[in-house]
Design a protein around this ligand. Structure first.
Ligand SMILES: *[C@@H]1O[C@H](CO)[C@@H](O)[C@H](O)[C@H]1NC(C)=O
Ligand SMILES: *[C@@H]1O[C@H](CO)[C@@H](O)[C@H](O)[C@H]1NC(C)=O
Ligand SMILES: *[C@@H]1O[C@H](CO)[C@@H](O)[C@H](O)[C@H]1NC(C)=O
Ligand SMILES: *[C@@H]1O[C@H](CO)[C@@H](O)[C@H](O)[C@H]1NC(C)=O
Length: 251
């Protein structure tokens, strides 16, 4: 009789302990689930730049990017149906940048991740004749073969660099430091990025604000952030490379 009563008393107590311990562990569970979720925050920038999982190595990444760039169906569309329409839209973006004095006919210009070079053709048509593109697959005479993580140009080569493939960078720090390295002092970099939704299934990273870009462009100043309607990309971000090295912090 006594024993039975004891059990009746301890059962709710055990249950209560169990419920409390579950409640206590919820924050840890959430933390753990964040760690194993498919998107992982890289440590060098803030939470608004997330690297996608699924690239086991640099080679796997290159193979996947080549798969899209070499897709014969896509290449055909890019060079036929898309050709004039895209050149027209790119030209309107660049003409606006000309009006803002961020670009001129005399600018030496680079388009990064240019595929078949519609943006390069657009620059040439509006009078920026010294323009070239780079991508993993060449498309002469508009696009040279190069990896934007390791640009094949000397320091301080370009007055203007444009890219709408920041989301394809496996190493965003390298993507940006190579731009800053090859821009002349006072040179301008304009990026089109997607902030409100994932760019595409070939993306290597997702950006949720411009803060990580501002942090990555260590040797440049932010010029403007504007909405843009750029083939699925919604934001134009412009930087100008600094004239002088940033002041050294004394030790
Ligand atoms: C590239 O595409 C082909 C077929 O289009 C596919 O079989 C292959 O697995 C793809 N490779 C990668 C690395 O995605
Ligand atoms: C720039 O080039 C375009 C196209 O060739 C030309 O129409 C325009 O007048 C040039 N602008 C300047 C300021 O020379
Ligand atoms: C080019 O720029 C990089 C980064 O700013 C610097 O480390 C390197 O020494 C420079 N190279 C030359 C040849 O000036
Ligand atoms: C920033 O750019 C200037 C001008 O090209 C250069 O002298 C300086 O070394 C750069 N600083 C860094 C940290 O790259």
């Amino acid at each position: 009789m006594h024993a039975g009563m004891n059990i009746a008393v301890t059962k709710p107590l055990l249950l209560r302990c169990f419920v409390i311990s579950v409640l206590i562990s919820i924050p840890f569970l959430i933390f753990f689930l964040n760690l194993v979720s498919p998107q992982v925050t890289i440590t060098t920038t803030n939470k608004d730049l997330r690297m996608r999982r699924g690239y086991s190595s640099y080679d796997a990444y290159i193979q996947r990017q080549l798969n899209k760039t070499l897709n014969p169906h896509l290449r055909k569309i890019w060079t036929t149906r898309d050709w004039n329409r895209k050149i027209h839209v790119f030209a309107s973006f660049f003409l606006q940048l000309k009006e803002n004095n961020l670009l001129s006919n005399a600018s030496k210009a680079l388009c990064i991740g240019a595929r078949v070079g519609q943006e390069v053709e657009a620059l040439r048509r509006i009078g920026v004749s010294d323009s070239i593109g780079i991508d993993l697959v060449p498309y002469p005479p508009l696009v040279l073969q190069a990896d934007f993580h390791k640009q094949p140009f000397h320091n301080a080569t370009f007055d203007f660099e444009f890219s709408n493939v920041f989301d394809h960078a496996l190493y965003p720090e390298r993507f940006v430091s190579e731009i800053e390295r090859t821009l002349k002092p006072n040179g301008v970099c304009v990026l089109h990025v997607a902030l409100s939704r994932p760019a595409d299934k070939f993306s290597a990273n997702d950006l949720y604000s411009v803060d990580p870009l501002v942090a990555l462009f260590k040797n440049s100043s932010l010029l403007h952030v504007r909405p843009v309607d750029g083939f699925g990309l919604d934001t134009q971000v412009a930087f100008r490379k600094n004239l002088l090295p940033p002041p050294r912090t004394s030790r």
